[in-house]
Design a protein around this ligand. Structure first.
Ligand code: SF4
Length: 410
């Protein structure tokens, strides 16, 4: 696998992307990621029994979603292939399998159709989460380098049956009750401080993700307080330059409230459209359509950009829920506004309404990735996940890994 030269990506020097030129990924790994996100992974018994005996690796914890179907027992949340982080979404039979063939070779990713095999790395867990059950009830490690908090662990759209059709939050929370449902600023401060005190070099971002309460203004204010608590804890360790704070939330009705985020240095925030096409927005995110509306969402994004800076405001588009052309058109339109698009491959979660009824093909994801690559070359857009976006295509596009012809992997 050929590493790309550091700093070869146009726009990589933008202030909002502190680590866009220090990676060592490989183009082929990025294309493999797309194929694996399309098909999901199956796990061979050799891998399952090897992984069950391991202690230091991050295991899937099902905090807010459950992309594992028909498998009991421990699985990793993600694997690393040539520096690229890939989600372990296990939908059942797949041409891609995780296998273990002994200590000489270690864990491997195998592609049955081509006979290709690649060494993969497991993601080391945070020792503090592994050994401290109180801490583990508050936080998770996402993609190996993001300390993540999900709060509130509920969303009122489920009560109204208007939840986003891909979202599995309510069923996941019912099934897995070992996580706190609502976090306070003190809990965030405590958890960030504990992890930084015990393992200062392990994380590069803190993520706070909701869940939304019906009063969007109050819910937003709560999220801002949590963001501030995380930023304070990071600053107390003198790590503000290295660790950024990231928030995913619904925007408030009162747009003036967004300006409060301007006080948090280097913050990244996403208000998510989920899909670009207007009809698809109504179909895929009926609660957002009914209670907020796409036009207002665009106004909120523009206000966010003014409050926290160009390209530190983000919005997700999910590849696979609308035509590839529409996703790429949306990514470009957002970039043109000074908003960094986030492009995630659709993952099929148990407990979600869409579940396995949709699977984007490799060719579909490759078309989106190639289009996104051009957006990254034309605008200084910034990935939301700093190398840990297991279902996202942005970090790879920021490093030019989707340039050139699409390799045959289907
Ligand atoms: S806004 Fe949509 S995606 Fe987010 S938690 Fe609610 S239902 Fe799920």
């Amino acid at each position: 696998m050929r590493p790309i030269p550091a700093g070869s990506v146009p726009g990589s020097a933008v202030r909002a992307c502190p680590d866009a030129s220090d990676a060592d990924e490989s183009p082929s790994a990025a294309w493999i990621k797309l194929a694996v996100l399309s098909d999901g992974l199956s796990v061979e018994p050799s891998f399952v029994s090897w992984f069950a005996d391991q202690r230091g690796f991050a295991q899937r914890r099902n905090v807010y979603n459950t992309p594992v179907w028909g498998h009991e027992g421990a699985l990793p949340q993600e694997i690393r292939l040539g520096g690229v982080v890939i989600a372990v979404n296990a939908y059942g039979a797949s041409p891609w399998t995780l296998t273990w063939a002994g200590h000489d070779t270690g864990p491997r990713l195998r592609h049955r159709a081509s006979g290709g095999e690649w060494s993969v790395e497991m993601v080391a867990d945070l020792e503090s989460l592994r050994t401290d059950t109180e801490l583990a009830s508050l936080a998770n490690l996402y993609g190996g380098s993001a300390l993540s908090f999900f709060t509130p662990r509920a969303c009122y759209f489920f009560a109204d049956s208007t939840q986003c059709r891909f979202c599995s939050l309510a069923g996941t929370a019912r099934e897995q009750d070992s996580f706190a449902n609502r976090l306070t600023p003190d809990q965030i401060r405590y958890a960030v401080d504990a992890v930084l005190a015990r393992e200062p070099g392990r994380i590069n971002q803190v993520m706070i993700v909701g869940g939304n309460e019906r009063n969007l203004d109050r819910g937003f204010a709560n999220h801002v307080a949590l963001v501030q608590a995380a930023a304070d804890a990071i600053a107390a360790h003198g790590l503000g330059e290295r660790i950024s704070v990231h928030l995913a939330t619904m925007p408030p009705h009162d747009l003036d409230r967004i300006d409060a985020l301007g006080a948090v240095r280097g913050v990244h925030v996403m208000f998510n459209l989920e899909v670009w096409d207007e009809d698809a927005f109504e179909r895929i995110a009926p609660g957002k359509h009914r209670d907020y509306g796409r036009t207002r969402m665009m106004q909120a994004l523009a206000r966010l950009r003014e409050a926290i800076g160009q390209y530190q405001a983000h919005s997700i588009l999910i590849a696979g829920l609308e035509p590839a052309k529409s996703t790429v058109e949306g990514a470009r339109a957002l970039a043109d506004m000074g908003i960094s698009p986030i492009v995630n491959a659709y993952h099929s979660d148990r407990h979600s309404e869409l579940g396995l009824t949709i699977r984007p093909s490799y060719r579909h994801l490759a078309a989106v990735a190639a289009g996104l690559q051009r957006v990254h070359e034309d605008y200084p857009v910034c990935p939301y996940w700093r190398g840990c976006g297991r279902n996202a295509l942005d970090y790879e596009a920021a490093h030019g890994l989707f340039r050139g012809p699409v390799p045959r992997l289907d």
